[in-house]
Design a protein around this ligand. Structure first.
Ligand code: TRP
Length: 444
């Protein structure tokens, strides 16, 4: 049965293809935009350390569980829960995942559109600020629509021709560009101060919020909690090792986040700017840095090309989850699924696209005092991911049973026996407990 499914649904061509595609999903605005501004807000190195701890102790086990569930069931998130526990309510968790993916995509594509727009802005050097740039409704919406269509075109191509082929080309380009930019950044005058901020921890700055942000960032950055990794795991070839693939993806993602910090903080301090600029850090501060260094517009354009590439490989995975649901469960043609969902994303994302300085009440919503985009990020990029990861952990331990998961993760390889005990502990106790504590914090 599984080989039939594999043929009709598509499958990764190679292990490397899968790793690049999954790493492509994980690496995105989350690493290059969200991570540095969170580090900046939370005092630097201490946050970096907490984030790394969260990645290893919470991110990795959830990642392995998601990939196993996908590989075993060969389904989208809804179908996967249903395949293990037919007729139950667990498929609602899958639905939540599909909805969360569409929700994240709706504002993520807005930010990704800005990144695309900055390529042109920096080359033309028109000196406009982020505010004036984002405040032009026609331009904001146009960029958002272009980015959504780009995503749709890749996903419409399917697994082998679309996602894998693009990831294979795009990911190595990304890594190369980052390294070149870092060499420039760390050789700037005054870069040492930035390196000290980034690598010398000051634990007196750690608060409850630091921990919350570190944990949320780990989930968001690894694309966990909404079934993206269930879906990607479902295209894994039979003989692929979940453990080594999962570890490679987590490692690759974390490496890129660390590199992004290495790019941004030295340049930031060298320009005498403050690290706690907030969500607009990348968009507001970097163009100023680029304009103050030689060949800045070339460096800057390269950076925003890099950011757009990273964002595209992430939006692909967000759209793929909902697409796989309609293709598998509703038997829609891939093409129809892609365009219908993209249409929904465009409608849902419109208020986000208008919330950055265009429609005042969308920019500062009553009661919560954040922008519409900020609210969407909080609900879908934070709350829903935490809830999703928690429910997945409960499902894996109490419904599917940890032994079955471990069997899939290790694939019966004797050398992997030692991961059994730690996995059991993390999945059954540590992850649920920490996430519940986090959710209580989030809500109150
Ligand atoms: N991880 C991506 C980033 O860091 C964003 C992303 C893609 C995502 N797919 C996801 C986040 C699924 C949560 C869930 O930019």
């Amino acid at each position: 049965m599984s080989s039939d499914n594999q043929n009709s649904r598509g499958c990764w061509n190679s292990r490397l293809g899968f790793i690049l595609a999954a790493a492509g999903s994980a690496i995105g605005l989350g690493n290059i935009w969200r991570f540095p501004y969170k580090v900046g807000e939370n005092g630097g190195a201490a946050f970096l350390i907490l984030y790394l701890v969260c990645v290893v102790l919470l991110g990795l086990p959830i990642m392995l569980a998601e990939l196993s569930l996908g590989k075993f069931t060969r389904r989208n998130p809804v179908g996967a829960f249903q395949a293990i526990k037919p007729g139950g309510n667990w498929k609602i968790v899958g639905f939540m995942g599909v909805a969360t993916g569409v929700g994240i995509l709706s504002y993520y594509a807005v930010m990704a559109g800005y990144s695309l727009g900055y390529i042109v802005k920096i080359i033309c050097c028109d000196g406009r600020t982020f505010e004036s740039f984002a405040a032009n409704p026609a331009y904001s919406i146009l960029l958002f629509v272009i980015f959504t269509i780009l995503t749709a075109l890749v996903v419409r191509g399917g697994i082998k021709n679309g996602i894998e082929r693009w990831a294979k080309i795009l990911m190595p380009i990304l890594l190369g560009l980052l390294v070149i930019l870092i060499i420039r950044s760390v050789t700037l005058e005054g870069a040492g101060e930035g390196l000290a901020f980034y690598f010398r921890p000051d634990f007196s700055k750690v608060t409850g919020k630091t921990l919350l942000d570190a944990l949320g960032q780990a989930f968001f950055s690894l694309s966990l909690g909404m079934g993206a990794m269930i879906t990607y795991g479902s295209y894994l070839p039979e003989d692929a090792s979940i453990f080594s693939s999962g570890c490679s993806v987590a490692l690759f993602d974390t490496l890129i986040a660390i590199l992004a910090g290495l790019l941004i903080f030295p340049a930031l301090f060298s320009a005498g700017l403050q690290p706690d600029e907030g969500p607009s850090l990348v968009f507001k501060v970097l163009p100023r840095i680029f304009s103050s260094i030689p060949a800045g517009n070339i460096v800057g354009a390269a950076f925003f090309i890099l950011l757009s590439i990273a964002a595209l490989t992430s939006t692909i995975s967000l759209l793929e989850v909902a697409t796989a649901y309609f293709v598998d469960e509703k038997h829609w043609l891939r093409k129809k699924a892609v365009w219908v969902i993209s249409g929904m994303v465009l409608v849902l994302g419109l208020p986000s696209a208008l919330s950055q300085g265009i429609v005042p009440w969308l920019e500062d919503l009553p009661i919560i005092h954040t922008s519409f985009l900020g609210m969407m990020d909080w609900i879908f990029g934070n709350l829903m991911l935490e809830v999703g990861a928690l429910l997945l952990a409960i499902f894996v331990v109490h419904v599917w049973k940890t032994n079955n998961v471990i069997g899939i993760i290790t694939g019966g390889r004797p050398g992997l026996k030692m991961i059994e005990k730690p996995f059991r502990f993390l999945m059954a106790f540590f992850c649920p407990l920490i996430i519940i504590i986090l959710l209580i914090f989030l809500i109150f």
